[in-house]
Design a binder for this molecule. Structure first.
Ligand SMILES: Nc1nc2c(ncn2[C@@H]2O[C@H](COP(=O)(O)OP(=O)(O)OP(=O)(O)O)[C@@H](O)[C@H]2O)c(=O)[nH]1
Ligand SMILES: [Mg+2]
Length: 454
């Protein structure tokens, strides 16, 4: 991407609103503004970072809109270039008119994410911070907002930077001794390098293990209700949602397709999926429902195997149980307001929750169980960095492998060249998170996923 020309884009979402903002960044931002904007108080020059009310007129003097405009002089701006923002009436027509005015003037329409790309290129944000800007803009839950904001503020960048700094110091030591192959690494250097690698390993492990929680908090998780017909799956869905969403009847086979609803427990965005009761059905529609239910098992984050506690466990229950084995599952015994008849469950290792959708007994315990399954006690350690990007997670897993190999090489007394190689690889991974060692195609991939105007 060319970073020397002056770019323009609407910074607010398309649609009708009270106001909209058009943003300009680049060396010509101020002169472009002044070509069409006349502040009402006829000051000769616009002061940086001050908002001015005035009129935007085209070349023939025709009024385009009444606006508020701010000029922000480099380098104290989002992109570190000169930036102008024009607040206009929130109509698509007004925005289109302003954009064409400035395109005629020679400004280029910004690519998606190009303002943030410039902030990255100018060193104002590192790559993980830039990615967090996009996550923040797309945040759908309060926890996603908080985690993204921490990352924009540099929480992850600081960890990565300090990891990289310590590894670089060890690399310098090792490389110094590579030049003297006839001499052994002195014990004190050996200890210092070993300590650095062990610390780096344990830090990287802590960060990578936060990903499950970070992912669930930002992207959410899906919970699939499975069980034979009439055990109370739809009733449980309704009880957890607190509304009569799914049809409930005493007739087995009521739910024939799957039904998906979003809800939140302890800030975790969850999708609860109700399914057709698993059975061997002659009915075409019902058996298609069963097929779809089973198809959803591999993509679910948690299964709820729902069993009617008033009935003796039968082959159909066991059929469902066997579908759940190997996937994280809770056993839910329903209808506990009635007399229990289910029998022996000692074969099953799943956590068991006894609930009544009718009276609500046991639902809070189930909610707590779900919350702790997904985020455990991680959410109560707010100072810890939490990974939210799959890209960061994969890169750090690779980094961890390099550090593990480095640590083995050190124990085996292997050559310093091999040790240096693994540390360089680990540093390369850390550089991919900060953007220090990222390729053009990776940057394209990341920034093309941004919105226009960000
Ligand atoms: N007493 C009592 N009855 C319940 C409870 N939960 C469900 N039921 C009853 O059990 C019957 C079946 O409930 P559903 O929620 O439709 O069961 P389902 O598993 O979705 O059934 P299918 O959609 O046919 O697979 C209905 O008559 C419910 O009123 C409960 O906690 N207590
Ligand atoms: Mg149902």
């Amino acid at each position: 991407m060319n970073t020397s020309d002056t770019i323009i884009a609407p910074a607010t979402a398309p649609g009708v609103g009270g106001i909209a903002i058009v943003r300009i960044s680049g060396a010509d931002a101020l002169s472009a503004l002044l070509s069409y904007f006349r502040p009402s108080a006829a000051s000769a020059t616009l002061e940086s970072h001050r908002l001015y009310y005035g009129a935007l007129r085209d070349r023939s003097g025709c009024l385009v809109d009444e606006v508020m405009a701010v000029y922000m002089a480099a380098p104290h701006t989002y992109t570190r270039d000169d930036v102008v923002e024009i607040q206009c009436h929130g109509s698509q027509q007004v925005i289109t008119a302003i954009l064409s005015l400035y395109q005629e003037h020679g400004l280029r329409l910004a690519e998606p994410g190009e303002f943030t790309y410039r902030a990255f290129i100018s060193g104002r944000l590192d790559l993980s911070q830039a990615e967090a800007v996009s996550r923040l803009v797309h945040a759908k839950t309060d926890s996603a907002r908080k985690l993204s904001l921490e990352q924009v503020g540099g929480a992850l960048s600081r960890e990565i930077y300090s990891l990289a700094e310590s590894l670089k110091k060890s690399l310098v030591l090792i490389e110094a001794w590579i030049d003297f192959p006839e001499e052994d690494l002195p014990d004190e250097d050996l200890i210092s390098i070993a300590t650095t690698i062990e610390n780096a390993k344990s830090k990287t492990l802590t960060i990578t293990s936060s990903y499950t929680c970070g992912r669930v908090l930002t992207e959410g998780a899906s919970i699939l209700l499975l069980g034979q017909p009439n055990v109370g799956k739809s009733s449980l869905l309704n009880a957890l949602l607190g509304e009569e969403r799914a049809i409930v009847t005493e007739v087995p086979g009521t739910t024939r397709d799957f039904l998906e609803e979003g809800f939140v427990i302890d800030g975790i965005p969850l999708r609860l999926v109700d399914t057709a009761g698993l059975c061997k059905s002659g009915d075409v529609v019902e058996s298609e429902g069963v097929r779809r239910a089973e198809e959803k098992i591999p993509s679910a984050d948690l299964l709820l195997w729902v069993v009617d506690s008033t009935k003796k466990l039968d082959d159909l229950d066991l059929y469902v149980y066997n579908r759940c084995v190997g996937v994280p599952t809770f056993l839910i015994l329903t209808k506990t307001d009635l007399v229990a008849e289910f029998g022996d469950l000692s074969f099953c290792n799943f956590p068991i929750y006894q609930i009544s959708s009718k009276t609500g007994v046991g639902l809070d315990g189930l909610r707590r169980g779900i919350s702790s399954f997904f985020v455990g006690d991680q959410i109560s350690a707010p100072e810890a960095v939490m990974l939210t990007e799959r890209r960061h997670y994969e890169v750090l897993l690779f980094c961890l492998d390099c550090l593990r190999r480095a640590s083995e090489l050190l124990v085996d007394g292997s050559t310093l060249e091999l040790l240096a190689f693994e540390i360089r690889e680990a540093l390369d991974c850390l550089g991919k998170i900060s953007g220090e060692t990222s390729t053009e195609s990776l940057l394209d991939d990341i920034f093309s996923g941004f919105c226009i105007g960000k």
